[in-house]
Structures are given as structure tokens and as C-alpha cells.
Design a protein around this ligand. Structure first.
Ligand SMILES: Nc1ncnc2c1ncn2[C@@H]1O[C@H](COP(=O)(O)OP(=O)(O)OP(=O)(O)O)[C@@H](O)[C@H]1O
Length: 270
């Protein structure tokens, strides 16, 4: 007899059960907008310390998913836990697509980066150390005394990524963080971000419209269906890191991309 899937368990157990190595557990998630059901009784497990890319048809609810998990958007029903803890007990970071609205125009880069630390119970010295450590991990040349208007879009997004990471988040959410940037800056930021996330073992959910990016950044690609949204498939991608443009030329990448495209096309045709 086949093993019972978690969703076949009685509700009481389903809410408690999750596979080893899981960081985020989503159970029975339901979300409707004006009569449209986006998620209905949706379950998801996100592994600890891994990068999971979220990819799917237009409007299927990629942003809605990470916004609900990160607490930006209320859920209609369901439970979300982080290592069994609530969101309030978990340190998270969030990077928005639109960095222009995310960075504070009145603050220098360094003050933007430092900002979230003021909400943590730390001494001034500890805050400085935290910022220093982060800057060292990124290892980039950036004049931190500049204001956002004196920086390129890519530099501003870099600042907002650093601001999200300065609190040493257990979980990081990114909603199309590179889609407004030019290709050169995108490649540069992907490389830097990957390095820091892997070093710090941050559990990461990345929404991307770019399938190559979704795969190249990910340990696992979460492919979603059209609404009401379910998981179409989860595909592991185990290529060595650091990954760069050449990663997308490898046989394993091409295989994962072909399978992802097949699922995506099937969904879009429905
Ligand atoms: N505040 C809202 N009010 C009404 N409908 C909404 C709201 N936010 C999202 N939706 C709808 O919910 C669905 C999912 O939206 P969401 O932005 O999460 O999808 P997405 O997969 O991230 O989209 P895209 O591929 O366009 O980035 C869409 O049909 C969208 O129109």
C-alpha cells in the first residue's frame, strides 16, 4: 500500500507533520480576491537553508504566496510556521522589485543598510560589527556615503538587498529583484547574492519571471499551476556553486529547463 501523503492525514496531524530538513511549513492556505480563489487548502514545505525559486503562469499567485508567507498579506485561512515558530518569532528579510520605492531617499546608503538594526536589541558596537561583516561578505566597491539619487539602479537594489540581509534573517524573500536592472548588473547581483546566501545558509524564496534565472539561482524550482494554484512540480537543481552564465549551458541545466518548460506550457495551454 502506498504511504499516505501528508494531505491525506487528518487535519490535526496534517498541521503538525513536516519532513525533516523543512524550515517553512504552509498548511491549508486559502486566499481569495474578490471572489477569485488563488489558493485553496494549499500545503507547501520549504527546505532549510536552500534557495527555492517560484515560477509559474502569469497571475498564478507567485507574489501572493511569498507575501502571505512573509506576513505582508493576510491569509483567509491556514497556518504558516518557521521551524515550528510563528512569523513574529522569526527574523525575515524582503527585497522588492521596485527598489526606488524601497530605499529611503533621505538616507545615505550606509544608513539605509543599518536601518533595520535599530529594531533589534543590540549595542552600537554589535550593530557596527554586523554591518562590517555583511559588507565584507558582499565584497563590493560602493561609496556608502551616497544618497540613493547618486547611485545607479543596480547599486540601489544592492543597498536594499544588504538592508534585507543585515539582520541576519533566517528567511529571505525576493520578488523579482533583478527585473528592472540591466543584464550586466543582474549577473553581478545574482553572483553576489548567491555567494552570501550560500555562506549564510539563508532559507530563500525567490520569485522570478525569468526561467533561466529561476533555475540558475535555485536548489529547487517550485513550479505552480494556474489558479486555483497548486504545485505542478518541484524540480531539484544541484549544479555546483558558484553558478554563473556558463551554468545555463550545462547539460543538467538544459534538462531542468526543458522539463520546466514542458510543465509551464501544459499549464498555460489549459
Ligand atoms: N490586492 C489584490 N486585489 C485583487 N486581486 C489581486 C490582488 N493581488 C493579487 N490579485 C490577483 O491575484 C492573482 C495572483 O496575483 P499575483 O500578483 O500573486 O500573481 P503573480 O503570479 O505574482 O503574477 P505575475 O506573474 O503577474 O507577477 C492575480 O489574478 C491577481 O490579479
Amino acid at each position: 500500500m502506498a504511504a499516505a501523503s501528508p494531505s491525506a492525514k487528518p487535519d490535526k496531524d496534517r498541521y503538525r507533520w513536516f519532513p525533516p530538513g523543512t524550515h517553512i511549513t504552509v498548511r491549508g492556505l486559502t486566499k481569495r480576491f474578490e471572489g477569485t480563489t488563488v489558493y485553496e487548502n494549499f500545503d507547501l514545505d520549504i527546505p532549510k537553508g536552500k534557495i527555492v525559486s517560484v515560477f509559474g503562469p502569469n497571475g498564478c499567485g507567485k507574489s501572493t504566496l511569498i507575501n502571505m508567507i512573509s506576513g505582508i498579506l493576510p491569509v483567509d485561512a491556514g497556518q504558516i510556521l518557521f521551524d515550528g515558530k510563528s512569523l513574529a518569532e522569526t527574523r525575515i528579510g524582503y527585497v522588492f522589485q521596485n527598489y526606488r520605492e524601497a530605499v529611503f531617499p533621505w538616507s545615505r546608503a550606509i544608513d539605509n543598510i543599518r536601518y533595520p538594526l535599530r529594531f533589534l536589541d543590540m549595542t552600537a558596537r554589535e550593530r557596527d560589527d554586523q554591518v562590517e561583516k555583511l559588507l565584507a561578505s558582499f565584497d563590493v566597491q560602493l561609496d556608502l556615503s551616497r544618497y540613493p539619487y547618486q547611485m545607479s539602479g543596480g547599486q540601489q537594489q544592492l543597498v536594499s538587498i544588504m538592508r534585507a540581509l543585515v539582520v541576519d534573517p533566517e528567511v529571505l524573500f525576493l520578488d523579482e529583484p533583478f527585473s528592472a536592472l540591466d543584464y550586466e548588473m543582474t549577473l553581478f547581483l545574482r553572483e553576489k547574492l548567491q555567494k552570501v546566501l550560500v555562506e549564510r545558509q539563508v532559507t530563500t524564496m525567490l520569485v522570478s519571471h525569468d526561467l533561466d534565472e529561476a533555475i540558475a539561482m535555485a536548489d529547487e524550482v517550485l513550479l505552480l499551476t494556474k489558479k486555483p494554484t497548486r504545485i505542478a512540480e518541484r524540480i531539484m537543481f544541484g549544479a555546483a556553486r558558484p553558478r554563473d552564465e556558463d551554468t545555463t549551458l550545462g547539460a543538467d541545466f538544459i534538462q531542468v529547463k526543458a522539463r520546466s518548460l514542458e510543465i509551464f506550457r501544459n499549464e498555460v495551454r489549459k
